[in-house]
Design a protein around this ligand. Structure first.
Ligand SMILES: [Mg+2]
Length: 108
């Protein structure tokens, strides 16, 4: 995935939190999430091909920013709890899709 090993990223994130502080990094999470939302909002606006390529790359850029901040969020909030809730939600999604598959079979 990334050239920077997970262990290196963890220490990098800890340094960033120490350098700029917890509250500042929480603000950064909010800012990056808003930037991604705005980039996604612009993605489907009518425009030329060059513009849509540019907008697509803007989305990729913002996804990367959000992922970096979400990784930092694991150092700012209860990482084990995030993981636990995430696993619960993934299982719930899986169950919902199973229900869809069953109802598709009945209809088809
Ligand atoms: Mg950004």
């Amino acid at each position: 995935m990334s050239d920077l090993k997970l262990i290196d990223r963890k220490s990098l994130y800890r340094r960033a939190i120490k350098q700029w502080g917890r509250q500042s990094q929480i603000e950064m999470i909010k800012e990056e999430c808003i930037e991604l939302a705005l980039a996604l909002q612009k993605l489907n606006r009518v425009g030329g091909r060059a513009l849509s390529v540019e907008r697509y790359h803007a989305v990729i850029d913002e996804i990367a920013d959000v992922e970096i901040m979400i990784e930092q969020a694991h150092h700012l909030f209860d990482s084990d709890k995030i993981q636990e809730v995430k696993e619960y939600k993934i299982k719930r999604l899986q169950a919902r899709l199973e229900v869809c598959k069953e109802s598709d079979k009945e209809e088809g």
